[in-house]
Design a protein around this ligand. Structure first.
Ligand code: RIB
Ligand code: CA
Length: 316
């Protein structure tokens, strides 16, 4: 298979980092560039983490463009309580060997697809601030992309950052609304936190397999998620830390892993109490669908892909 040309927009916390490993070392993608945005951690911290993660995956030549340092209209609210102060489990990772590009992420998100219309797939793993800013400049920007996959939203109303909202949409709901206003189901696929909660939870057995694999990427993936593991134990009550960004990346690289999806109209709430809630309209009178919404993936298929990349069997 020809590797899929990718742009990745990330707020590089510990799950984003694993998604970057899957993209950069999984053999299924050619990562053309990474853009960073404030979210899990402040912009500079997420940019540092993206560079570290790409180096861990052996992708030292992928350009990284820093982007927006706060949401479109709101103050920045990070998720350092989930991923650690440094977003990577606070394990003392050394500085990356290289610096980010001088260009801005929003310029890259606009210019890269113009150089190769219809070729690039965009995967977003973060608040949609950068993508929304690029869309405000060109409302039809998505026509230049092959496809856009967004880790975004809690379509079943079961939230992580609030009782009803998922972090990426909650952090910048206005940006999510801008993206949805430019989306069509043939072009934009959303993978919500329900998929991660149901099909991408790293059980104690999975965590032990990563820990014992002994490969640099497996050890990295295991160690940086230690804060997320504590968050799962103390707050979400899941059997282990979940991997929302890696499962969204897996959907982009391996669409065959999707077992349930629907075309539906989605909007997001921007009020105080309802901030970031997904409004999924299935009425007959609903507006035309604007996204393909993934609801389930193959858990075994996803985890096999994860382990094949991070902890390949010795003979592999
Ligand atoms: O809600 C999960 C999302 O928020 C993931 O992208 C995670 O990295 C955080 O940014
Ligand atoms: Ca993220």
């Amino acid at each position: 298979m020809t590797p899929l040309p990718l742009l990745i927009d990330t707020d590089t916390g510990s799950d984003d980092a694993v998604a970057l490993l899957l993209a950069a070392a999984g053999g299924l993608a050619e990562v053309r560039a990474v853009t960073t945005v404030a979210g899990n951690v402040p912009l500079a911290v997420g940019t540092r983490n993206a560079l570290i993660s790409l180096e861990t995956a052996g992708a030292r030549d992928v350009p990284v463009y820093p982007g927006c340092e706060r949401p479109l209209t709101r103050a920045l609210s990070t998720a350092q309580h989930v991923h650690g102060a440094d977003g990577m489990g606070d394990i003392g990772l050394p500085d990356p060997r290289r610096a980010p590009e001088r260009g801005h992420a929003v310029d890259a998100l606009s210019s890269y697809p113009r150089q190769c219309p219809g070729e690039l797939t965009l995967v977003t793993l973060a608040p949609l601030t950068n993508v929304a800013a690029a869309l405000v400049r060109d409302r039809d920007l998505f026509r230049l992309y092959r496809h856009v996959y967004c880790m975004a939203g809690a379509p079943d109303g079961c939230g992580n950052i609030s009782a009803t909202a998922e972090f990426n949409v909650w952090a910048d709901p206005e940006a999510a609304r801008v993206v949805l206003q430019s989306a069509t189901p043939d072009k934009v696929t959303w993978i919500g936190w329900d998929v991660s909660r149901k099909d991408a939870v790293m059980t104690p057995k999975d965590q032990l397999r990563l820990e014992r694999a002994g490969t640099p990427m497996a050890t990295f993936a295991h160690r940086i998620n230690r804060t997320a593991a504590a968050w799962a134990r103390d707050v979400t009550g899941l059997a282990g830390y979940d991997l929302p960004d890696p499962v969204a990346m897996a959907v982009a690289l391996r669409p065959d892993l999707v077992t349930e999806a629907e075309r539906v109209h989605v909007d997001v709430a921007v009020g105080d109490e309802t901030r970031g809630q997904m409004i999924v309209d299935r009425r007959r009178s609903a507006p035309a669908p604007n996204v393909t919404l993934v609801r389930r993936v193959s858990e075994t298929g996803f985890k096999q892909f994860l382990f094949d990349v991070c902890a390949p069997a010795p003979h592999a």
